[in-house]
Write a protein that binds this ligand. Sequence first.
Ligand SMILES: NC(=O)c1ccc[n+]([C@@H]2O[C@H](COP(=O)([O-])OP(=O)(O)OC[C@H]3O[C@@H](n4cnc5c(N)ncnc54)[C@H](O)[C@@H]3O)[C@@H](O)[C@H]2O)c1
Length: 321
Amino acid sequence: MHLEGKAAIVTGAGRGIGRDVALLLAREGARVIVNDPGVGRGGEPTEERPADDVVNEIRAAGGTAIANYDSVADYQKAGRMVAQCVDTFGKIDILVNVAGMLREKMIWNMSEDDFDSVINVHLKGHWAMSHHAIKYMRREGYGRIVNFSSDAFKGSVGQCNYSAAKAGIIGLTRSIAKETARFGITCNAMCPAADTRMMMNEAVIANQKRKLDAGLMTQEQYDRFFAGRGPEHIAPMVAYLCTDGADIINGHVFHVEKGRINSYFYGEDFKTLTNDGSVFTVDQLIELIPSTVANGLTPVVPPVKMQDAIRSTDAKKTESA
Ligand SMILES: NC(=O)c1ccc[n+]([C@@H]2O[C@H](COP(=O)([O-])OP(=O)(O)OC[C@H]3O[C@@H](n4cnc5c(N)ncnc54)[C@H](O)[C@@H]3O)[C@@H](O)[C@H]2O)c1
């Protein structure tokens, strides 16, 4: 067992990825607060209490777990959840922020409530839980925080609220890593891909087909999406990041899915254009940007326009040579 004696909170642990994370942390010896209010896919209240089922499963396997039903988006309740962990288990060593929901619409159809709800659960929820947990972790000189971002941070059709929240979670993760490293706390983020109710609903499946048809996704990416990727493939990387020995890994972002883990080369300079310090003219940028700073960037839409721009700059250069 790699997490014996540790005390952990896993948010959104009643279903999907969070459930597998809670079960694995418990199998590895951690005592776990299993948080989940049992809301629907869009965050709507239900009568379901999936946290109880996960707690029962952990206890039946000989582990230690307690349920919590609060929303991570509620600042006061997030604080009480952290206090529950400390009061019950004497400390908090591990925080895994998995809780999430979706309200998918194109930006012109998205309501203010759709935007606010998603930002509140994902971005504010991650912040609120981390804020309260770090107060304890800092005092103890130890902590492991694993956040849940998404590949949607790169931009995602019909998910601008979610995409913005998940990109924000990467900034939050890297900031926490920088602020807390000297207190023995690490903070990393995951971009998972797993078959859960969040991913495998009819609208998402239809959207994948539209993306393939529009050239926004390759056939290889499309096929991988339907390759039967269970949430159990995400949990081991989370557990690894929570071990003492993973202290060397801090502020990083990992994509994880069945049979594949990759890190991202994120936040580094790629191509640079410099001058003597004078103000660039717009004419200079029209001339230089396509073949320098923007040359080789991964396109977010099919790169026809960019290739045309490079070709036209090259043609002008050839003409004037
Ligand atoms: N499944 C994927 O492929 C995928 C891809 C990218 C990112 N993610 C992220 O991974 C995380 C888990 O997703 P999943 O696929 O397991 O989804 P899921 O819907 O199966 O599980 C999410 C759980 O979070 C709970 N939850 C929702 N709002 C909450 C709140 N305010 N407070 C506490 N709990 C709350 C829900 O009740 C649910 O049980 C999410 O943050 C999601 O955005 C998942």
